[in-house]
Design a protein around this ligand. Structure first.
Ligand SMILES: [Zn+2]
Length: 57
C-alpha cells in the first residue's frame, strides 16, 4: 500500500494484540507518518496507550 501522506513511500503494518483488541500500527518508510488502528477503527496513539494501561489493571 502506498502512503496516503507522501504518495511515495510504502507502508508497513505491524499487528499487535492488546487484551481483546487487535491493534495495527501502519508506518511509512519515507515520511515516517504513523497511523494506529484498533479493531479496524483509526485511533489516536493516546487511545492505544489507554488500552494498554487498562489491560494492566
Ligand atoms: Zn509517507
Amino acid at each position: 500500500m502506498n502512503c496516503p501522506n507522501c504518495h511515495q513511500g510504502t507502508t508497513v503494518e505491524i499487528n499487535l494484540r492488546i487484551s481483546t483488541h487487535l491493534v495495527t500500527l501502519r508506518s511509512c518508510s519515507m515520511c515516517e507518518t504513523r497511523w494506529w488502528k484498533a479493531d479496524d477503527n483509526y485511533v489516536e496513539v493516546g487511545e492505544v496507550l489507554q488500552l494498554a494501561t487498562a489491560m494492566r489493571r
